[in-house]
Design a protein around this ligand. Structure first.
Ligand code: MN
Ligand code: MN
Length: 465
């Protein structure tokens, strides 16, 4: 299937797999293998930031706060509270000429453990959770789950937790009712089949000997104390996330896809970071910003609405010896951004929610949305056609496969991203990214060709815009 297609015909094919030669197929595999490792190891925003910092340091990136001066060619990063990161390659042009910004989010739907979580009922120990982001709750029961996160102790130390990923580890999970007793449950609406308050995670069933009250709970607390040196009160200042356990995998008999947890939006985060890491030199400053809290509205100090990025740009200008308030504003206003988030790929099982001429398809490359939103594009960032034309020229120059896609047909639903927040600075922004099947389910599916095309698209953006 590879190699023989003539240049002229390449323009007509839509499926990216048809254009690859042997060398490119190897590159597709290599990138997706690295990606599979990334999403298997990084299942929280903190783990993503840690990994990206490790990758950046190997390439000579330095912490912005540790340098006194910055100049063209410097590679710098700034971390916000361990849960968001901005990376820069300082350009030859002054910062106020604007930046080329790749942005994505690194938080994903999951179940967060509450602050007073542990209780015992009929000699079973359970943890209370509050789900994070939009989920179909019935999808999150009867699957092996892992616990990732941190306990922050009063003495100022932080203890990291990862239980359920090593094959030797135990996993935890949430029960569902057996079909034999589910007559009433099966009559309920899907939104009520499993209710949020019932997403309680089963974590133990052995009573501690000689303990009179809540002996199973006491045993779980003893295990946690022995392993992590924390007691029950330390849940008050913990951030623990219950996520699907286990590694991402190759998907499809032809291994053309990836199934894994948290691909929304670590698939765009990973490819954005890789494109920056592959960027050798740049005229205008190149940036990559990976943020938290998108799934709950980009709120909070580590979300996109935080002043973190703006402050970091101010600090960078200062270290370039060039700070004033106007220059900060110009640096943002004159920027171009690919605000990347996942899109919905057409699914033959559910054709009715899509408009076939204007939706994304697995294997057809990077997906762009001029607008998203719902009910008359409400909440959307409607990208300017002048900017889209520039992008088309850049992508075509490097033969990147891309598709224009709206998330679902008109008035079917819709979704928001971080694009509108960056557009407030009056910069050029468009939504782009990789299309998925099963978005927001415990296991999401992406095409390896789309991962590859999207990374190449980001590289073309950094070279040409
Ligand atoms: Mn999402
Ligand atoms: Mn997303």
């Amino acid at each position: 299937m590879a190699g023989s297609t003539k240049k002229k015909k390449e323009k007509e094919i839509k499926n990216a797999w048809l254009k690859y030669d042997e060398k490119q197929l190897k590159e597709v595999d290599a990138l997706s293998d690295e990606y599979i490792d990334f999403i298997s190891e990084c299942k929280t925003e903190r783990e993503c930031v840690e990994k990206i910092v490790e990758m950046a340091k190997k390439l000579g990136y330095k912490n912005l706060s540790s340098v006194k001066k910055a100049k063209a060619g410097d590679k710098l990063y700034a971390v916000n509270k361990g849960k968001a990161i901005a990376l820069f390659i300082v350009g030859k042009e002054p910062l106020e000429k604007g930046m080329k910004i790749l942005g994505a989010h690194i938080d994903s739907p999951r179940l967060d453990i509450k602050q007073n979580p542990l209780y015992e009922d009929t000699e079973l120990a359970l943890l209370e959770t509050h789900y994070y982001g939009g989920i179909k709750k019935y999808q999150w029961v009867t699957i092996p789950m892992a616990i990732h996160g941190v306990f922050c102790k009063k003495d100022g130390t932080t203890v990291k937790v990862v239980i359920g990923e090593d094959p030797a580890d135990p996993v935890v999970g949430i029960s569902d009712l057996l079909i034999h007793l589910a007559q009433d449950q099966m009559d309920k609406k899907a939104a009520k089949v499993v209710e949020g308050e019932d997403l309680n995670v089963l974590v133990g069933s052995i009573p501690l000997k000689d303990e009179e009250k809540d002996a199973v709970k006491a045993n779980v607390l003893k295990l946690i104390k022995d392993k992590y040196g924390v007691d029950e009160k330390d849940f008050l200042s913990a951030e623990l996330e219950v996520v699907p356990a286990g590694r991402a995998r190759h998907y499809g008999l032809d291994r053309s896809m990836v199934i894994g947890y948290g691909q929304d939006d670590r698939i765009c985060a990973f490819t954005s970071a890789k494109a920056l890491f592959n960027c050798k030199s740049t005229d205008r400053t190149a940036a990559c910003i990976l943020v938290d809290k998108e799934e709950i509205g980009s709120v909070g100090a580590t979300g996109m609405t935080s002043a973190f990025f703006e402050n970091t740009v101010a600090e960078l200008l200062d270290k370039c010896g060039n700070y004033n308030e106007l220059k900060v504003r110009l640096a943002l206003q004159n920027s171009h951004m690919l605000s990347s988030d996942v899109n919905a790929a057409f699914d033959p099982n559910y054709p009715s929610v899509m408009e076939k001429k204007n939706c994304a398809y697995l294997g057809r490359g990077m997906a762009f949305s001029k607008f998203t939103g719902s009910r008359g594009k409400s909440g959307s960032n409607d990208a300017n056609p002048e900017y889209i034309a520039k992008l088309r020229a850049a992508l075509d120059k490097y033969n990147v496969f891309y598709q224009m896609a709206e998330l679902g047909k008109v008035d079917q639903g819709g979704g928001g991203t971080i694009a509108y927040i960056m557009a407030k600075y009056n910069m050029e922004v468009i939504d782009s990214g990789v299309a998925l099947h099963n978005m927001h389910a415990p296991w999401e599916v992406a095409s390896k060709a789309d991962i590859y095309e999207t990374e190449k698209g980001y590289e073309a953006f950094l070279k040409e815009i």
